[in-house]
Design a binder for this molecule. Structure first.
Ligand SMILES: Nc1nc2c(ncn2[C@@H]2O[C@H](COP(=O)(O)OP(=O)(O)OP(=O)(O)O)[C@@H](O)[C@H]2O)c(=O)[nH]1
Length: 215
C-alpha cells in the first residue's frame, strides 16, 4: 500500500503499490509506482469497459478517475472509505502518506461505471507526489472542513494547483465536510456558495456520518 492509516485500513481493501524507505516514520510512495500512474495519457475520454485487472472480478462499461484533494484532516480518507465500504472511520486521525486509490463500480442508469478514486495526502510535504496524478483525473473533489476556517481559506491555493496541474476539462466539485458538527461550524454555506460560483464549481455539503442513500 502506498501509505498510511494502517490502523484504519481494512485488509485487502486497497491495492498495493511499492514504497520508498521512510525518512521518518510512515511509508511514502514514489510517483509512478502505483498503477495507473502519472504516465497514463491525459484524462481524455472515459476508458472503455473491460474486466478489472488484479482481481475483484468487477465488470464495467466505462471508467473514470476521480481525485480527492484538500487540506490535511478535512476528511478525504473518511469520505472514500464511507463511499467504498459504507463505514465511518472514527477515532484517531492518522494522516495519509503519499497517495492511495480504491475502485468502486456503481450503476448509473443501467450502465456499470467504474470509479477509480485517488485519496491524496493533504500535507504540504507530499504535494510534489500528488501533483503528478492530477493530469489524468476526470474529476476532482475539493474538500474543506466546515469547522475549520483555515481549510476553507486554503481553497484558493488548491484551485491554483488544480489550474496548474489538471486538465482544462476536469470536472470540479467543492465539498464542505463535517456538517454533523454544526455547533462548531466556522464557514457559512453562503461563503462557500460564493466561492464555488466564482470558481464555477458545484458545491455540496455533507457529513460522512449520515447514512448513505440506499443503492
Ligand atoms: N465529525 C466528523 N468528523 C470527520 C468527518 N470526516 C472525517 N472526520 C474526522 O476527521 C479526521 C480526519 O479525517 P481523514 O479522513 O483522515 O482526513 P484526510 O483529509 O484524509 O487527512 P490527510 O490524510 O492528512 O490528508 C478524523 O479524525 C476523522 O474521524 C465527518 O464527516 N464528521
Amino acid at each position: 500500500m502506498s501509505r498510511k492509516k494502517t490502523p484504519k485500513s481494512k485488509a485487502g481493501s486497497a491495492p498495493a503499490t511499492s514504497a520508498l524507505p521512510a525518512a521518518n516514520g510512515p511509508r511514502s510512495v514514489r510517483p509512478g509506482t502505483a498503477r495507473p500512474g502519472p504516465k497514463a495519457p491525459p484524462n481524455g475520454p472515459p476508458q472503455p469497459g473491460r474486466s478489472s485487472i488484479g482481481g475483484g472480478g468487477d465488470f464495467y462499461d466505462v471508467a473514470f478517475k476521480v481525485m480527492l484533494v484538500g487540506d490535511s484532516g478535512v476528511g478525504k480518507t473518511c469520505l472514500l472509505v464511507r463511499f467504498k465500504d459504507g463505514a465511518f472511520l472514527a477515532g484517531t486521525f492518522i494522516s495519509t502518506v503519499g497517495i492511495d486509490f480504491r475502485n468502486k463500480v456503481v450503476d448509473v442508469d443501467g450502465m456499470k461505471v467504474k470509479l477509480q478514486i485517488w485519496d491524496t495526502a493533504g500535507q504540504e510535504r507530499f504535494r510534489s507526489v500528488t501533483h503528478a496524478y492530477y493530469r489524468d483525473a476526470h474529476a476532482l473533489l475539493l474538500l474543506y472542513d466546515v469547522t475549520n476556517k483555515a481549510s476553507f481559506d486554503s481553497i484558493q491555493a488548491w484551485l491554483m494547483e488544480i489550474q496548474e496541474h489538471a486538465q482544462d476539462d476536469v470536472v470540479l466539485m467543492l465539498l464542505g465536510n463535517k456538517v454533523d458538527s454544526a455547533q462548531e461550524r466556522a464557514v457559512k454555506r453562503e461563503e462557500a456558495e460564493k466561492l464555488a460560483k466564482g470558481a464555477e464549481t458545484a458545491l455540496h455539503q455533507g457529513p460522512q456520518r449520515a447514512p448513505l442513500p440506499a443503492a
